[in-house]
Design a protein around this ligand. Structure first.
Ligand SMILES: C[S@@+](CC[C@H](N)C(=O)[O-])C[C@H]1O[C@@H](n2cnc3c(N)ncnc32)[C@H](O)[C@@H]1O
Length: 343
């Protein structure tokens, strides 16, 4: 169900990250509910780590009313942080960054957190933090510190981690002169749309059984399967990460009759021209800057009458005109939905 009262205020409040302070009963109840479950999640994570010999502290009050299911915990050192990340995988969390071999070694030395996400019915983001690095690592400008794009581009054995410090400026240079091939991960990491938001977002798009819903960057396939199950439409999920594409295929395989109406394609969703004639509703949940680029291209290429539905909690800068924009507030999740109809 969408919030109807004082919608412009609610929209601004979501974008300014102050929804819990807004005097709207439904928003308040939802933010309290999110705070309560986040508090319980953090308590479970801390207990799990304590049982394995790692003491971690929550940052702030994880139970405080909130518009996001997100929290941070701090441990004493980077080594403990990386061990904590491994243990939290037992609880279903996964890292946004692939941390193996040299990537793990460089991350431990030069960064001070790992962001984990757990997508069950409700998505939870947990930041595992440790004290900022000192020495060279603390003095190096941020843009020279290797990141997940470098980890993706180069797989090195652990002992060769210093090579990332050379690879980073080289990659920046090559990108600058336009030699680098674009990364297929440029639509950002996996973060699932909370299950309870999927229905209202498809409703905003006016999706019916006659539509084909394409989720561009479909992650674990939950959105397209829910679309097929709830509305009876066909669905296509495009995902560049092979493990997620496999996971989506497994989910669809277990999805009975609805799953039979869904196809998962392992591919690059930014090849929009490949998909525009295959679907009539396009679902976009990627970071705001990537979303704007993708939506702009879809608006130029999709068939007339197609809808593009996107959602996030941040203002879309340079948002293409013509969207219907609404806060979507359900019992346990909040987002802002945008829907464009292709002319
Ligand atoms: C924020 S998640 C959204 C997942 C799903 N659509 C949902 O709403 O639950 C974005 C997804 O896009 C995938 N992705 C990133 N770049 C991509 C690309 N170029 N082509 C296809 N998928 C991509 C990521 O692996 C991730 O699973």
């Amino acid at each position: 169900m969408t919030a109807n009262s004082a919608e412009p205020d609610v929209l601004d409040a979501i974008w300014d990250d102050r929804l819990p302070a807004v005097k709207d009963p439904r928003s308040r109840a939802t933010c309290r509910s999110i705070g309560t479950t986040t508090g319980a999640e953090v308590a479970r994570a801390l207990e799990h780590l304590r049982e394995r010999g790692i003491e971690a502290q929550p940052e702030g009050d994880p139970q405080a009313p909130s518009q996001r299911r997100a929290a941070a915990i701090t441990v004493g050192s980077s080594d403990e942080g990386l061990v904590a990340v491994r243990h939290l995988e037992d609880l279903g969390y996964r890292s946004w960054d692939p941390l193996a071999g040299a990537a793990q070694a460089i991350h431990r030395r030069f960064r001070s957190n790992v962001t984990l996400a757990r997508t069950t019915d409700a998505t939870m983001v947990l930041d595992v933090r440790w004290p900022s690095p000192s020495g060279l690592a603390g003095r190096l400008p941020g843009f020279l510190i290797p990141n997940e794009n470098d980890y993706d581009a180069l797989t090195l054995p652990a002992a060769l981690w210093p090579l990332y410090l050379l690879a980073r400026p080289l990659r920046l240079l090559v990108e600058r002169v336009g030699i680098a091939s674009p990364s297929t991960h440029r639509l950002g990491p996996f973060l699932g749309t909370p299950q309870t938001l999927i229905g209202p977002l498809l409703e905003l798009a006016g999706a019916t059984a006659d539509d084909v819903v394409a989720d561009l960057g479909c992650g674990d396939g939950r959105v397209v399967l829910e679309a097929a199950a709830a509305i009876g439409c066909r669905g296509i999920g495009v995902e560049s990460n092979p493990e997620l594409a496999d996971e989506a295929r497994r989910r669809i395989g277990d999805g009975g009759e609805a799953g039979e109406r869904v196809t998962i394609i392992e591919g690059d969703a930014t090849d929009v021209e490949r998909y525009v004639n295959q679907a009539t509703v396009f679902f976009v949940f990627v970071p705001a800057d990537a979303a704007v680029e993708l939506i702009t291209r879809l608006l130029g290429a999709a068939k007339a009458g197609s809808r593009i539905v996107a959602h996030e909690q941040h203002r879309l800068l340079n948002e293409p005109p013509g969207a219907v924009t609404k806060p979507v507030i359900v019992d346990d999740a909040v987002t802002v939905g945008h829907c464009w109809t292709v002319a």
